[in-house]
Design a protein. Sequence first.
Length: 135
Amino acid sequence: MLSPKKQKHRKWQKGRAGKLATRINKISFGKFGLKSLQAKWIDSRQIEAARKTISRHLKRAGKLWIRIFPDKPITAKANETPMGKGKGSVEKYVAVVVPGTVMFEIDGVSEELAREALRLASYKLPVKCKFIIKQ
């Protein structure tokens, strides 16, 4: 599973959901992409599940790029713990996704195969997605 090797701060604050993607909003590497239509946190497990689904459907043909990386630590306190005594320990890492973010890119396969692979991967993700083609 994906997680950062090193971070400046061990625990982060929650933050607020952004408006629209300004950084990863265009296809850069492949020909086909999967674009987010909602703002959500995507867990490293969900990214891995989508990656496995795409690679299995493509039968290792073509090339896949994962454009998002889970670098935000999410903390949680243990069950039945009293309030206070500080922030909980790091439970998982998430990628912050806002509307317009290109999450996956594919190249080297036909459009029908790429469309079906990304459709199956979108079922593994907690956001509504859209299939896009590089212009």
